[in-house]
Design a binder for this molecule. Sequence first.
Ligand code: GDP
Length: 453
Amino acid sequence: MSTICAVSTPHAVGGISVIRISGEKAIEISGRIFSTTSQTPVEKMEGYTCCYGKIIFEGREIDDGILTVFRAPRSFTGEDVCEISCHGGIFVTNLVLRAIISNGAEPAQAGEFTKRAFLNGKLSLTQAEAVMDVINAQGEQALRVAVSSHEGALYKNIREISLCLVSLLGELAAWVDYPEEDLPDIEYSAFKTSLENSLIKLEALLATYDTGRIIRQGIDTAIVGKPNVGKSTLMNFLLGFERSIVTDIEGTTRDIVEENVKIGDFILRLSDTAGIRSTEDIVESAGVSLSYKKINQADLVIAVFDNARELSTEDLNIVEKIKDKNAICVINKSDLPPLLDKKFLADKFNFVVEISAKDKTGLKEIENALEAIFMLKQLDFSAGIVANERQRKCVKDAHFYLKEALDILSSGETYDAVTVLIDKSAQSLLELTGERVTDNVVSDVFSRFCVGK
Ligand code: GDP
């Protein structure tokens, strides 16, 4: 396999840059461009040691820095790895990279270091995916989930289930070989219980997907309310800067404006929808139907009501429309004298918060409501969570085949048919952890990484 190299720090000016080299010739190539000031030449350096030296290219010194050596298999990729820390200018970093390439290394593809780590058995596929999640984590919870996956929580859980299925397949194979012998009841019922237990574990894992998505990508949030209740003002308040156009003319927010905002430990993907009301205006009514669609898709609805106006039919329609959703009822304009029937709203919603978007009060109450609804702090990530669409599909397939297997087992089908289905279920799990996976899937997973990782 070739020796690869890439800048592993961001492509920007900084204090230092780290350039990583991995492969059989990593140490040899480093020795050619790195002149150490210590007694030990680079080729003789032990793993997990570093030294200071000059970086030489085309006979001249281009920079000085630190070289760290990792010897196979005790490195991130499992190969010999050298990391050169040089000064963090873009020009000098690229020059060092060029020096490495002209001495025989190839530029790494996106995610190639992590891919090699996977291929060399340093990481399972789910752990490799978690590397990316750690990098992309935008909040405490996202990081906690990513770290637990990186430590192999999901991998261990899945592996336990797949080992159980494989041992059940072994039992089945024995039974298939002796079809004339009737099975003792005890064995049959123990077998069925094992299948059922695995099915329950897969169901529990599938249920983690929504939480995982919310933690990683943020809570898909729709702000709804009739015109002029202060939706755009609230959005600007949450964002901390002017984003939507705030006006006194009804129906000015025609399309959906989307922004990410961090409230406490939550990331909300906010969309300020067109005010909901029946309208003759074609452009605006397109906006309104988009709002309804948005409500259906949203993880959370922030329903805004006007403290200074009485409840109208439009308000009641909104209450009706969102009755099955996770919702926070926001009573806005609390700085104005009240005319609103708050008791009615308190009966309809689990979470009612009074704010003034104009005076910027009530943010903490919104955060408290979010904590109560999503309860992320109490979650236990030790069994791992399903973190992306690829993983979800594998767990879903495994679940589907296992359920089929159970169904036909109960209906008295032959063990041959049951075997095929359990085998398919186990295959889906092996695909999930990457133990049996096609090159296409592997390439697809790593193509989403950045170069240098
Ligand atoms: P939208 O149509 O729901 O997006 O409402 P806007 O955000 O455009 O606000 C409508 C009007 O209400 C504007 O004149 C805002 O300045 C005013 N407004 C918004 N929030 C408050 C508030 O908390 N208190 C008061 N007094 N006025 C507000």
